[in-house]
Design a protein around this ligand. Structure first.
Ligand code: UD1
Length: 462
């Protein structure tokens, strides 16, 4: 349980005016998954930073931009994995909504140019709307490294507090970080089957260590990237998946007839290590919140995020071979792959291909902001929300929408089902609509149009 602060002492303002700059701790960018110990990473210190790409260049392109003031007391949202596909769109939406953002990313599955593009789009938004540009800070560090601790310390002020159990005065922290969104996890089903320990080490051990660090700095407002994959084979029941279809502790809920029922935690058919890492992550978070009611934790269960910002500047650009449907389709459209293998045409669906709940990535990003706002005002313990549209689209229908957007045919081969796939996976959207006041705005047609816009612009740029 956290203690309450009584008095405060100041160790001086250790936050320098480096906003909108990119800060690199190069030694921490090594790949810990390869076996080297994160404990060897040197602590973060001012002279270890390597400043890059002066932000003024970006701002100059946009004309005069007013920067939100910073006096060391301003609040930030920390986005871990903030340059990945969903992370970068969320960072952008946070900035557009006026939040100061600290991005932590080791660039293991993203690129530095993404930061520049996010800055540019946010600056453009601020200019058009005549509002001050929020602070954006970037740290190229592995969130599992020791540098993370130094970074959290940098944004914290020590305060004297009374320990709730012993009644003694202890040193505690007051952080400028008002909330953390944690995206930094591995997400390939196939890779997780081949390298389970790598997945457990990052997605599970990494999460546990991060939570310990956050607790130390009294940061207990946490948004976790979960996935519809936690429903496992329950998806195949053919009904929209409700959050109470997977709970971690016994809960009382009301059924459709308005009667109170007790739901027990049961899991069914988690098909791969990736799915289990997400399940374990949620279970750990539920236990942490149960033990300490000061935690406010939301797990967002993503269905199938696709599309990109309509500017065509920001998209999904993973390193390595993509395996998800839309990134593979992007490769086909760009000519990097000859055709799409459609995995399974014998599912019990309207055209035999699997049904998914595709959701525009900007809707997903807005879902995070809705969850943050909800968590700050009403959050209590551990909560789960589906981020889905509630509409099922078959793989072939998704392909057709992209064909329409691109005005050309996409070559297909119908092949066997992919191991671990489910036939149907669609969200119930009721809880997110009622509690968060969040629903999707965009359709699959808009997802396809935005993706094609991105693909054609990338083709023009290269
Ligand atoms: C799954 C999870 C999702 C998770 C994601 C991470 C479920 C229901 N969903 O998404 O929560 O975030 O993994 O990777 O478990 N397809 C093809 N050809 C391809 C690629 C995909 O036909 O080349 C098909 C798949 O078989 C599937 C559909 O397209 O039926 C969507 O696949 P994909 O984009 O990989 O996402 P999911 O597997 O649904």
């Amino acid at each position: 349980m956290s203690s309450t602060s009584s008095s405060r002492f100041d160790l001086g303002d250790h936050v320098q005016d480096q906003d909108l700059s990119e800060e690199y701790l190069t030694s921490s960018s090594r790949d810990y998954s390869a076996g080297s110990s994160p404990l060897t990473t040197p602590a973060l210190s001012d002279n270890e930073f390597d400043f890059d790409v002066p932000s003024e260049n970006v701002l100059a392109e946009e004309g005069s931009i007013r920067l939100a003031p910073a006096d060391g007391s301003e609040k930030y949202i920390m986005v871990i994995g903030g340059l990945g596909y969903i992370g970068s769109h969320t960072t952008l939406e946070l900035l557009r909504e006026g939040h100061n953002v600290i991005v932590v990313d080791n660039l293991s599955n993203s690129y530095k140019t993404v930061l520049k593009n996010v800055k540019m789009l946010a600056a453009h938004h601020c200019k058009v709307n005549n509002v001050a540009m929020p602070r954006l800070r970037f740290f190229r560090i592995d969130y599992r490294s020791k540098a993370m601790s130094s970074l959290l310390e940098r944004y914290s002020k020590p305060v004297m507090a009374v320990d709730a159990t012993s009644g003694r005065q202890v040193v505690s922290y007051q952080s400028q970080i008002a909330g953390v969104i944690h995206f930094a996890a591995y997400k390939s089903v196939i890779e997780s089957i081949a390298q389970p320990l790598r997945y457990y080490r990052n997605n599970v051990c990494g999460l546990v260590n991060l939570l310990q660090e956050l607790e130390r700095f009294n940061i207990r407002n946490f948004i976790f990237s979960s996935s519809a994959t936690v429903y496992g084979s329950k998806a195949n029941a053919g009904k929209p998946l409700k959050e109470e279809d997977l709970v971690h502790h016994q809960v009382k809920t009301q059924n459709e007839a308005g009667e109170t029922t007790i739901v027990e935690p049961t899991i069914e058919g988690l098909s791969c290590p990736y799915a289990r890492t997400k399940y374990f992550g949620e279970a750990i978070l539920a236990d942490v919140a149960e033990a300490d009611p000061d935690w406010r934790i939301v797990a967002l269960r993503y269905f199938n995020p696709v599309g990109c910002d309509p500017s065509g500047v920001l998209g999904e650009s993973p390193r390595g071979e993509p395996t998800n449907l839309f990134p593979v389709l992007t490769q086909v459209l760009k000519g990097d792959r000859s055709n799409l293998n459609v995995f399974g045409s014998d599912w019990p669906t309207r055209d035999g291909t699997a049904i998914r709940d595709f959701i525009h990535v900007l809707d997903v990003a807005r879902g995070h902001i809705a969850a943050l706002n909800w968590n700050s005002k009403k959050g209590n313990g551990f909560s789960t929300f589906n981020l889905g549209s509630g509409t099922g689209t078959t793989v072939l229908e998704a392909v057709r929408s992209l064909e329409q957007a691109a005005g050309r045919e996409i070559p297909l081969s119908l092949v066997d089902r992919r191991p671990g796939d489910v036939g149907t996976c669609v969200a119930s959207t009721e809880r997110a609509a009622k509690e968060l006041g969040w629903t999707t705005r965009e359709s699959i047609t808009k997802c396809a149009a935005d993706l094609w816009n991105y693909v054609s612009k990338v083709a023009l740029r290269s």
